[in-house]
Design a protein around this ligand. Structure first.
Ligand SMILES: [Zn+2]
Length: 381
């Protein structure tokens, strides 16, 4: 297959007018100029590596906690309209019964993924190993300090499909961190009140990922430097950032970008089930919530109740709010950094010969026009 007349976004340059050749799901050649070969004509639109969301809880009416295979397929299919080609499916703190239901449906889904959808890499387990002090919307009674016994049970239930775990590093002595690293699960510090000094023990063990920087963690106070301080300070920590301009105001986004640069952060949605649906009343678990634009809040007290923005919206916020942000730098934050972090960069994450043709097409207003997964057109506006 040929994709032509594209403005191809690579790490170090843009091919203003070029074309791609795709064979057996993969990129066979990247070419400058025009071609007479038959193919999909992008009419000058931008061609980017497909977006990767490593932190999402649902959308389009799908709440991952529902534990149904149909819901997982529906999400994988509909999320392609955001330019998403790969994602990691969130799982929040659950009762044992719900974990069993969730995981048994999930492992069947993983074995039977739809070829016309975004690719799911596995689970991002966000809880129960988090701190009561920064629990957010998680249920207090179900939290546990990080422990290998429960972890083993969850890994087994999931059929070894857990890829990322958010946990409070200050509530364990380093053994839990070591176990995750030895079992190829990405340790992500988050939902914690840890100090920088306490976090250093886990940093030294190899923790290089933070869950939604600034949100649900200790901050940058001059007297009590917390996890946010560590995330900003260490160049080799990759920080997830919810760039919806609601969870983090634009001035703070600019500060994060100034310190971390494009290689130190990855854009996430952290979105809940009302993402992608019209404004109105929905539910988060049992709680009534209101969706208004990209914002979702509790009906009762107007407190933020998860995120409601789509991935492409969060991309547009970055392009609008960060002065002179190039698409060449943007793709580090949408695809390259997280692909490296999840050890899939040999297969996907950029536009390179030999990689899977996971691609997103944006028009000049940065709206998603088309999405390709493994070289198949899976979404068209
Ligand atoms: Zn989350």
């Amino acid at each position: 297959m040929i994709i032509k007349n594209a403005s191809i976004i690579l790490e170090d340059k843009t091919i203003k007018k070029g074309w791609l050749e795709i064979e057996n799901k993969k990129i066979l050649s990247i070419n400058e100029g025009e071609t007479n070969l038959e193919g999909i004509d992008l009419k000058g639109s931008f061609l980017l590596p497909g977006f990767i969301d490593c932190h999402v809880h649902g959308g389009y009416g799908v709440d991952f906690e529902s534990g149904t295979i149909e819901a997982y397929h529906k999400f994988a299919n509909l999320v392609t309209k955001e330019g998403i080609t790969t994602y990691v499916q969130g799982s929040v703190t659950n009762s044992k019964e719900n974990n069993i239901k969730y995981m048994s449906a999930f492992k069947k889904f993983m074995k039977n993924q739809d070829l016309k959808s975004a690719k799911c890499l596995g689970i991002h387990l966000e809880g129960p190993f988090i701190s009561p002090a920064k629990k957010g919307a998680h249920e207090l009674a179900l939290l546990e300090p990080p422990n290998i016994k429960t972890l083993k049970e969850l890994i087994e239930l999931s059929d070894d499909n857990i890829r990322i775990i958010t946990y409070a590093p200050d509530l364990q002595d380093g053994g839990f961190t070591r176990y995750l690293i030895e079992h190829n699960i990405l340790p992500s510090a988050g939902h914690t009140n840890t100090s920088v000094q306490d976090f250093l023990k886990d940093y030294k063990l190899g923790v290089r990922h933070l869950t939604h920087l600034f949100n649900g963690m200790s901050g940058v106070s001059q007297q009590e430097p917390g996890l946010t301080t560590a995330g900003l300070y260490f160049d080799d920590i990759l920080c997830e950032v919810i760039t919806d301009s609601i969870h983090i105001q634009p001035d703070t986004l600019r500060l994060i970008y100034k310190i971390k640069g494009p290689k130190g952060m990855c854009i996430i949605t952290d979105a809940m089930n009302a993402k992608g649906l019209p404004d109105g009343e929905y539910k988060l678990g049992n709680l009534p919530v209101i969706k208004e634009g990209m914002k979702v809040f509790l009906k009762e007290n107007k407190a933020l109740a998860g995120a409601g923005a789509t991935y492409d919206h969060n991309v547009r916020v970055m392009l609008k709010e960060i002065p002179n942000l190039s698409l060449n730098n943007l793709i580090y934050m949408t695809s390259i950094n997280i692909a490296k972090q999840l050890n899939i960069f040999d297969k996907t994450g950029n536009i390179e010969v030999g990689k899977f043709a996971d691609l997103t097409v944006l028009n000049n207003e940065y709206q998603v026009e088309k999405t390709f997964v493994n070289g198949e057109l899976v979404y068209e506006k």
